[in-house]
Every structure is written in structure tokens, then in C-alpha cells.
Design a protein around this ligand. Structure first.
Ligand code: HAM
Length: 438
């Protein structure tokens, strides 16, 4: 094969030092999911193209990696997990005890413009609750996301959860007289506000929807961050309707539970959060770094209609996806990713060629005893071996000297302090971890 063939744009080669910090993130995701009562699941990488055509929305479908199999079926590499989750749960809806609390860490593929924070192959952690319409489920998934970021060392000063509610925004637009068919266009403009110059958004909004809601009022609505502000801004735009009242009290309840969970300080209302995916029906949210210089760390929300569209019976659902790319950038910037550990706990070195057979036996026995032990494949000067131990970053070195070994003893060197002590080889092999002080 030609050496000139390069990797595919937007993909990564996971050399050990690239993978190690990502593993650190995976481990935190997994630990936190399990601690909150979620079970791990996974699905296939390939799905029928139709699953996304029907479920994901135009933006994602335009980015699909498509292929046709030998039977002529149109397939796609998964760009997200939610349609697969809905398909799998819908197929066994009666057999699964509810609420279903599942998480996964999956490789996804999107033919996006490659840019900072966006790749074409990336990992995404998904946390979903299916079978509960209660706002407690929405609050719980947000809690899981916040706790994972805290577990990784981020604080309230580093990130914030921006919360909106599609049903609330829809109710506001409807109550103000904007027909449902036009909501898509209105959402798109709200999504663009902040990305386009203000005058441009104002011009486009006024032209299309200005007779129902003036741009000033929309702007005020999109700038609210607290519940009282929200109530006031909504009141200025639209008369109270039953829909509006119910969506507003859902939002209120969600925030109250977030307060009970002790994470309200991490959260704020932000009605600019629209979410590109088609299936959201209620609260939606995105996690951003405080400076808002990076793209979203995470996005999710409630999708009560998706399962019903895939199976016979509907089930309410809520969840999020958090990618590894933006999160890595933020953790890296804050110095929170540990560099790759090259080797194990211990390096076993020999002071003489004659003890090589014993060294082999000791290394194998230590490993069997649960110690991550390394050694050089050939005898080298002891100084060289100690240098290698230093490079690997082990905390202890076991030294097999010529005479000590024949007397059934070995030396243990503590790499941090440099202290050395002698122990019986038999003791080391009988209880390696505690003899080594690990
Ligand atoms: P999403 O907003 O498309 O939602 O993606 C969620 C997160 O995945 C983003 O905030 C980002 O961290 C990451 N992500 C998305 N695209 C890329 C990319 N090209 N490169 C790197 N990271 C990316 C969903 O996927 C929904 N299915 C989430 C969900 C689960 N909703 C309910 N349950």
C-alpha cells in the first residue's frame, strides 16, 4: 500500500497518547451513569437509511454517510443514537420495565464541515430515560450531565446548562398568532440570532413575523435567564392560553427539581436554544462553556412522540448526547486531562544476566498477583533499566541482584523518595501488592 494514502478528513488516529485522555472521559461518563442507576446498551453502527430520513430532521440527513449493500438496501452509518434507541425500545416495549434508564458511549459519523469542535467521526455519550413524562426525568438527565463534568474537574465557573422548552416556545408563537406551519422558520431565525448581525436577524424577523411579535419583544424574550423574567416577557407578547400555562409550569417544575438536586447554579433559561433535531417536544437544553467560545458540549431534550412513530405504543422519553471533541478541548485548556501513563506500577530489573530466569518468573507472578509489572526484554546496565523505569513512570522498582537473589531476597526501590528496602522473594510472591506497598 502506498505510504501516501492519508487518513480520512475529520477522523482521528488514536495513538496511545491521544486515546488515554479520551479514555479518562469515557471512564467518568461510565462511572457517573452507573452511579445514577443507568444501564449500558449499544446498537449497530449501520442502520437502514429510512430510520434517519423519518426521524432525524433534514440537517442530519444531509450529513449522512450512505451506502448500498449487496442486496440493494440503502444504509447509513449512524449519525446519532436516538433513532436506534427508539427503534430498539419500541420493538420490546412491553418486555422492558419502566422507566428505562440507559446509557451508551458510541462512535458516530456525520459528514459535517470539519472545524474546531466538529469532526466526521466522534464519540458521543448518550443518557436517556424512557417511560416517564415527569419533569423529574428531565432533571435527572441534566443532573447526570452536570455530575460527569464535575467528576472531570469542571466547576460552576467553567460551564452552564442553557434550558429552553420547545412546547413553551411553540405555545408563545401560537398564542401570538403565528401559525404552526411557520414555526420551523421562526425557530431557524431564533437559532441564528447571535450568529448573524443583530440588524440582519431583526430585518428577517420583522419581515416574516413582525406583525405577530415585534423583534424588540422577541429579543426581550430570548434574553430572559430567570423564571420571573420569563413570565414577564411572555406576558408582554401573548395572552395566557392553557398550552402556554402548562408549558410554563413544566419549566417551573423542572427548575424546582434542579434546585432540589443542588445544581440550579449551573443552569439558566435560554430560549435561543432551539436544537436542530426534529423530534424534540418539550424541554431542550445545551451545555456550554461559560465563555461561550466553543460549540455546545452537550445537547438533548424531551422527545415524547418518537417511540410512538416507530412502534405501536408511544412512550415519553428524554435524554442527551455529549460528544468527546468539545469536551476534550475545554478539559485540555484547563489542564484537566492527565497525560498518558506509559506503563504499569512496577518495573523488575536484573543486576546480572544470570538472574534472567528468576526475573521472568517474578514478572509473571507479579502480574498474576494483580500488579502491572514491566521489564526489559534483554539484560542491560542497571542504570539504563532504571532510566527506562523512570520513563515509564512506575512507582516501584524490584531489583534482582546476583547475590541477593541466590539468597532468596530482592530489593524494592521507591521511585518517588528513592528509599530502598530488602524483602524475601517468597514474601513478595506470596502477597505482591501489599509487599510492594501498592
Ligand atoms: P446533537 O446536538 O446532534 O444531539 O449532538 C449532541 C452533542 O454531540 C453535541 O453537543 C456535540 O457535543 C456532539 N457532536 C455532534 N456532532 C458532532 C461532530 N460532528 N463532532 C463532534 N461532536 C459532535 C444528538 O445527537 C441527540 N441524538 C442527543 C439526544 C440523545 N437527544 C436525546 N437523546
Amino acid at each position: 500500500m502506498s505510504a501516501k494514502i492519508q487518513s480520512v478528513k475529520g477522523t482521528r488516529d488514536f495513538y496511545p497518547d491521544v486515546l488515554a485522555p479520551i479514555r479518562q472521559i469515557f471512564d467518568a461518563w461510565r462511572r457517573v451513569s452507573i452511579r445514577h442507576g443507568f444501564q449500558e446498551w449499544d446498537g449497530p453502527t449501520l442502520e437502514l437509511l429510512d430510520l434517519y430520513r423519518e426521524k432525524s430532521g433534514d440537517e442530519l440527513v444531509g450529513q449522512l454517510y450512505r451506502l448500498t449493500d449487496s442486496g440493494g438496501r440503502e444504509l447509513a452509518l449512524r449519525p446519532e443514537m436516538t433513532p436506534t434507541l427508539a427503534r430498539m425500545v419500541a420493538a420490546k416495549i412491553n418486555a422492558l420495565p419502566k422507566p428505562i434508564k440507559w446509557f451508551c458511549v458510541a462512535t458516530l459519523f456525520r459528514g459535517e464541515n470539519v472545524q474546531r469542535g466538529r469532526l466526521r467521526e466522534f464519540f458521543q455519550w448518550n443518557v436517556d430515560v424512557i417511560g416517564s413524562a415527569d419533569m423529574t426525568a428531565d432533571a435527572e438527565v441534566i443532573l447526570v450531565g452536570v455530575e460527569a463534568l464535575r467528576e472531570l474537574g469542571l466547576t460552576q465557573a467553567d460551564f452552564q446548562v442553557h434550558i429552553s422548552n420547545r412546547r413553551l416556545v411553540q405555545a408563545i408563537l401560537s398564542a401570538a398568532g403565528i401559525p404552526v406551519e411557520s414555526h420551523g422558520g421562526a425557530y431557524a431565525l431564533m437559532d441564528k440570532a447571535g450568529k448573524l448581525p443583530r440588524e440582519e436577524t431583526a430585518r428577517r424577523w420583522s419581515e416574516a413575523y413582525g406583525s405577530a411579535i415585534s423583534y424588540e419583544k422577541l429579543d426581550a424574550l430570548m434574553s430572559v435567564a430567570t423564571l420571573p423574567e420569563l413570565r414577564a416577557a411572555v406576558g408582554a407578547i401573548a395572552p395566557a392560553t392553557a398550552d402556554l400555562e402548562s408549558a410554563a409550569s413544566d419549566t417551573e417544575r423542572l427548575l424546582a427539581i434542579l434546585q432540589d438536586f443542588g445544581i440550579i447554579e449551573y443552569c439558566k433559561i435560554n430560549l435561543r436554544v432551539v436544537r436542530g433535531l426534529a423530534y424534540y417536544t418539550g424541554p431542550v437544553f445545551e451545555f456550554y462553556d461559560r465563555s461561550e467560545n466553543e460549540r455546545a458540549i452537550c445537547g438533548g431534550g424531551r422527545y415524547d412522540d418518537l417511540l410512538g412513530k416507530l412502534g405501536r405504543a408511544g412512550e415519553p422519553a428524554v435524554g442527551f448526547g455529549m460528544g468527546d471533541v468539545v469536551l476534550s478541548l475545554i478539559l485540555e485548556e484547563k489542564g484537566l486531562l492527565k497525560p498518558a501513563r506509559k506503563g504499569g506500577d512496577v518495573m523488575v530489573v536484573d543486576a546480572a544476566e544470570s538472574v534472567r530466569p528468576t526475573l521472568h518468573t517474578v514478572v509473571a507472578a507479579l502480574r498474576r498477583g494483580g500488579v502491572a509489572a514491566d521489564f526489559s526484554y534483554a539484560h542491560q546496565a542497571i542504570g539504563k533499566q532504571l532510566k527506562m523505569a523512570d520513563k515509564i513512570g512506575v512507582s516501584r522498582v524490584v531489583i534482582l541482584g546476583d547475590e541477593t537473589t541466590s539468597a532468596g531476597r530482592v530489593r524494592i526501590k521507591d521511585m518517588a523518595g528513592g528509599a530502598e528496602r530488602e524483602v524475601a522473594l517468597e514474601t513478595l510472591l506470596a502477597d505482591p501488592r501489599s509487599t510492594l506497598g501498592l
